[in-house]
Design a protein around this ligand. Structure first.
Ligand code: F0G
Length: 356
């Protein structure tokens, strides 16, 4: 019997072609990103009550984060326009994604990361894919300022989320959420760093509403880390601090996009402490079997906070995006977990250690 090819996933550019800027077939650069699972929480009733909660696990994209949705389009368009090189500033995931897609497109990638503040998994990705990694003695915000200057004067394409194709690609996650649920969630929770993703989801949901695919858009619930919460505080943070290095950003590029998403949807941009982030990080791993990176857990920490404040109620349907895979940052997992026991290969000793 011949295997049918029908139904095979072809990546977001081809799957959502009608709703994205056109890309010439020769320029399409894809690793078949998207189509990530929407997993319902089954063991968190004590914190969610009768709010239905789903995780959109973006850690299962090809390079382990949601960035791939935007990168496939940004790199494909750069290639189509004849560009030979891409550049980005990054807390890690954007650099990993840019490096992977650039290698596939036969392009050069330059990535600027804040020295000493990038999880090892992400750094290793950028390196093995052959990007030139520049460790900037400064913050993500400093690195982004340099990237903006360089792209003004040199023939390299910026693939930070200031590149509009990044936002276009990332909005497809909202399409998938509604397609899989069959309706719109009432609330959508996201970690907020440079604020591109919340801007992208809001664009996606609004497009669905305008096309009458769903009756209304969800409230957008964005969460920054307490020590890196410029939008919540209303001013840039000069020296941002948080264990969630992915969102350690003091002056987000898409600040206005985040505010618009919040205001137009009747949502919130709020903050959670590092302790709340790490609690949520352990909770989703130990109860639901989903290993996300610390920054991703800011969204679940937000769910817990909003349930406590009764903003989230029984009967609501919340989707929580888990933006990156936990394997990006194994150091953090090891730091917050029970240490392994060292034992001799002896049945008695091991059975005793097992508690029998
Ligand atoms: N979660 C993860 C795992 C991230 O890597 C990022 C951003 C965010 C959340 C926040 O998304 O910036 O669109 O608000 N990482 C960027 C990077 C800054 O360089 O990888 P955002």
């Amino acid at each position: 019997m011949a295997l049918s090819r029908k139904g095979l996933w072809r990546g977001i550019i081809r799957e959502f072609a009608e709703h994205l800027p056109p890309v010439g077939e020769d320029a399409v650069t894809t690793l078949l990103e998207g189509n990530t699972p929407l997993v319902e929480a089954v063991n968190l009733k004590d914190v969610t009550g009768r709010t239905r909660l789903f995780f959109k696990f973006e850690g299962l994209n090809p390079t382990g984060s949601f960035k791939d949705r935007g990168m496939t389009l940004a790199v494909s368009k750069a290639r189509e326009e004849g560009s030979r090189a891409v550049i980005c500033a990054s807390t890690g995931n954007t650099s990993a994604s840019a490096a992977a897609y650039a290698s596939r497109a036969g392009m050069k990638a330059y990535v600027l990361v804040p020295e000493g503040n990038v999880a090892l998994g992400k750094l290793s990705q950028a390196m093995i894919h052959g990007a030139m990694v520049l460790e900037v003695r400064g913050s993500f915000d400093d690195a982004l300022a340099v990237v903006k200057e360089v792209t003004k004067n040199y023939p390299v394409t910026m693939v930070n989320s200031l590149n509009p194709y990044r936002i276009e690609g990332q909005k497809t996650a909202a399409f998938e959420v509604c397609e899989y649920l069959g309706y719109n969630p009432t609330h959508h929770f996201l970690p907020v760093g440079n604020a591109g993703n919340i801007t992208a989801y809001w664009k996606g949901y609004e497009e669905l509403r305008e096309r009458r695919v769903v009756s209304e858009s969800p409230r957008m619930m964005g969460f920054q880390a307490e020590g890196a919460a410029p939008i919540v505080r209303g001013e840039p943070v000069l020296n941002p601090k948080t264990v969630a290095t992915a969102i350690k950003i003091g002056n987000p590029a898409s600040w206005q996009g985040a505010l618009r998403a919040k205001e137009e949807s009747g949502g919130v941009i709020d903050m959670v402490s590092d302790e709340e982030i790490l609690d949520a990080y352990r909770l989703v791993a130990s109860r639901e079997g989903i290993f996300c990176e610390p920054a991703s857990a800011a969204s679940l920490a937000g769910v817990i906070k909003m349930r406590k404040l009764s903003v989230l109620k029984d009967g609501d349907t919340a989707v929580c995006t888990l933006t990156g895979h936990g394997l990006k940052d194994p150091d953090c997992a090891i730091k917050v977990s029970v240490k392994p026991l060292s034992v001799s290969p002896d049945v008695k000793e091991i059975v005793r250690a097992m508690g029998f």
